[in-house]
Design a protein around this ligand. Structure first.
Ligand SMILES: [Zn+2]
Length: 294
């Protein structure tokens, strides 16, 4: 979604911006353009501009990572939403100031009107309203928790094939509880957004990608042409995304396809456990207790 939006005139996708300090500047992971992030011209210009014209020293970057790890966790979302600018602690104030200036610098360096940030943590979203440089709009993306649980279990199986079955069952419980907490935190951010938020279901995106992304253009009130070639395929150009899904390195014609392997391959007890744990939110997001491919 962010890569397609980022290929639209006036839009710039930054990927998961909250990882810029840790993964980008400290660990030198790759920008979407293929260069180590500190060597990408866009990012070295934007970061320097946001810091008053100089590249930040390692100590400054480490301090931002420390604040993020200790104060900007998902469980902090509700507390962060109660803050106003004058109630922030000095460390949170410096974190908010650094991010606000960085968004402004990205807009100046790229000329974009809309910055697409696919950072997932609602706690990061909770701080955007305290940045005077930013008018935040939120896309709350939700996916069927049974599919999410299957996806996590599959990933763990690949990483650690000799683990006992209990670890797998724990994966389903843990991922479904996380799904619930993250969605409740996202709803709390939505409620404080002044109506500038929409709920988007993964399943609706993969069935109607073009129409779903058009809703996002409506949200930010931009009349632009999305880079779709057909209803389901878009033309992606090279980007400058920080972190995120490995697909961000895909360019050219890319087709959006549903990943519904979980419907036929999920174990009965995992499906049952995820359904029970997520039941309070399933109906709210329009998911049935008995999922089917239809
Ligand atoms: Zn780059």
């Amino acid at each position: 979604m962010d890569n397609i939006l980022g290929g639209t005139e006036g839009f710039f996708s930054v990927g998961e911006l909250s990882y810029i300090w840790e993964r980008g500047l400290l660990e030198r992971r790759l920008c979407g353009c293929g260069k180590p992030l500190p060597e990408c011209e866009i990012w070295s210009d934007a970061v320097a501009l946001s810091m008053g014209g100089v590249q930040p020293g390692t100590e400054i970057v480490r301090e931002l990572v420390r604040i993020q790890r200790s104060n900007v966790r998902v469980r902090n979302t509700w507390r962060l939403l109660r803050h106003e600018s004058h109630t922030l602690t000095p460390s949170l104030q410096s974190y908010v100031t650094s991010h606000g200036r960085l968004y402004q610098a990205i807009a100046q360096v790229t000329g974009a009107q809309v910055i697409v940030d696919s950072t997932k943590r609602p706690s990061d979203g909770a701080l955007l309203r305290l940045m005077p440089q930013v008018t935040p709009y939120f896309v709350h993306l939700v996916r069927d928790p049974r599919a999410v649980a299957y996806s996590w279990r599959r990933r763990k199986a690949q990483l650690d094939r000799d683990r006992p079955a209990e670890m797998v069952a724990h994966g389903t419980v843990e991922s479904t509880l996380n799904w619930t907490v993250w969605n409740l935190a996202a709803e709390a951010v939505d409620r404080r957004s002044g109506g500038r938020s929409i709920l988007v279901r993964y399943e609706d995106f993969v069935s109607k990608p073009r129409a779903t992304l058009a809703r996002m253009l409506d949200l930010v009130e931009e009349r632009r042409t999305l880079p779709f070639e057909t209803e389901r395929s878009a033309h992606l150009t090279p980007n400058h995304t920080v972190s995120g899904n490995p697909r961000r390195f895909s360019t050219g014609t890319v087709e959006v396809r549903a990943d519904d392997e979980w419907l036929s391959n999920q174990r009965t007890r995992d499906r049952f456990m995820a359904t029970i744990l997520a039941a309070p939110l399933l109906r709210r997001y329009g998911y049935s207790l008995r999922p089917s491919s239809s």
